[in-house]
Design a protein around this ligand. Sequence first.
Ligand code: IVH
Length: 681
Amino acid sequence: MTKEKQEVVRIDQLVEELNEHSYRYYVLSQPTISDAEYDQLFRELQALEAAHPEHVRAESPTQRVGAKPLEGFATVQHRLPMLSLDNAMNEQELLDFDEQVRRLLAKDGHDGGEIEYTVEFKFDGVAVSLLYEDGRLKQAATRGDGTTGEDVTSNVRTIKAIPLKVRAAKPPQGLLEVRGEVLFRKKEFDALNEERQARGEESFANPRNAASGSLRQLDPQETAKRPLWFFSYGVGIVDSSTKGISDLARQPLAHAMKVVESLGFSISPGYRVVKGAVQLAEAYRAAEAERDSLPFEVDGIVIKVNDVALQGRLGFRQRSPRWAVAAKFKPVEAVTVLEDIIIQVGRTGALTPVAILKPVRVGGVVVSRATLHNQDEIERKGLLIGDTVVVRRQGDVIPAVVAAITTSRTGKERRFVFPTKCPECNTPVQREEGEAVARCANGHCPAKLHNRLVHFASRDAMDIEGLGDKMVGLLVEHSLVKDLPDLYSLKVEALQELPRMGELSSKNLVGSIQGSKGRPLDRFIFALGIRHVGSKTGQVLARHCQTVERFLTLSEEELLLIAEVGPETARSVAEFLGEGYSQKLVHGLLDHGVAPAPVVVDTSKAGALTGQSFVLTGTLSGMSRKEAEEMILDRGGKVSSSVSKKTSYVVAGESPGSKLDAAKKLGVSVLSEEEFSALLR
Ligand code: IVH
């Protein structure tokens, strides 16, 4: 063999060997060589590759970092939607889930016997889809809104727990999509925050945000510095000609996951299959007991029906499968001191009392603030400043002060006096009859602008990475932004002038602001911060209007005709749209290039019930009231709460109420649940 040939053979050998060591370290947690030995092999490979650049392999560990910074992220259309999960909040709800599964299947001819479920942890990170072609990583995307995500391939390539080439003697031919969660481990999260604090940077609120922020860096070199991990929880599209892979999507889930594991991916520790309700409950308790000993944060377990044929029969709701559920763990509590109560002025001018707590770790997250909602709440709980209090946190939910431990009082505690003037602009506050909330009535209150911007940029709204509370504070303070549209004319040069903003972070920010222009209409509507319009109402309105132009023309009357919109919301939206200022604001955003993606209604189903109105009464066994309503709305129908001559159908479930009598009296057609299901099909 010539020297050249030998070196090329050595390159291949080193790539294999180094990748095997990565696998042992990141997936098996059983390294067999020291870091120093690994580095030595890595450097040998680098030297050989430098001498033979034409023999650098795509899956070489030297090729994880190296891609150039991006201007922004391209979007990726998921071939199969990335769904979310319904929650069970305790053991009883988990058992209810099992019961519902059996009931639905029994109606479909199943023998009613015990069901097999897979059990795995619910990771608290960021969902990603990894697309492998002929065994090589081709594309990585975030979940996004479930249909469209962001292309984060260059960043994902830097994650060592993700193989660039799957582990197999013969790489599987064709497409294989592995799905899972990118996450931060607890100790590395703490270290990252310590470093950031030392540098005077904002710390991440939790490991999930840290993972998300790291994955969405425009410069892969930055992502490479973050110790991210990956756990797979499923497969997406499988279009392979390789035996054992081609039928992966039809195999029992647990089998598919074993194959995924054998291809070099980590799956949930303790992944297993259980049968029936008793084992399910046992697994839930066992997992909860294990929670604190895990190196990463979990907030529950995920249960999935193991048999794929049964999954098919159970089907889906709007956004989540009926064959899976996330069973959340009990909220975690801690005891600390209520050091002070301050007032925050929200984007709608609402004055919210916030508890300032002696920092305390609650389930892996340090909590130093908790909302107290309003004045009445403080009085109801009898909280005094200086009290020892119990703080609770569950999953995503904002931490809450549960109660004061009155036996710990020393007599030095003091009552909190609610202000009569806005603490930000000194305008007298107003509290309307029957409302718990006091508000600042000043339209130009600087705190409102600040919070409107924070809300606008938030995760469920326009999702602008890097535009958090501190950044907004800087922009407002330096008068770079006077209203929402100004965001879109921010220039890198101007941002660079701000304290602690470098060229890269300025570019990143401008990139993520510009990247938000095409967010779907529902998020845009939610982002406007209209009172009573949450994320869900944003979706309802977007589905109704489909385009932003149409949204701007909504009247209170029309809003009231939308089944899921109550009178308070209708009034609030109509008031908002009626103000010249709001119209100017929305047009200002559009003029700056914001172009909310219109909502596409599934045309295969849409229109089937157009012009027909439904009233639901009694309990449906196969779907919840909400699901039934959504299915009617999806198909262009209307749902109303009272029966009139104009009602097309009354759907009567078990133990129907007086609406059934009304239907009979008015001669309105009555549908059984079966007839209703048939109509939907
Ligand atoms: S399965 C068909 N399994 O939870 C179900 N999801 O609420 C699709 N997640 O977007 C998801 N751990 O980011 C599944 N073991 C697990 C999970 C998991 C965390 C996240 C995932 C998903 C969200 C759904």
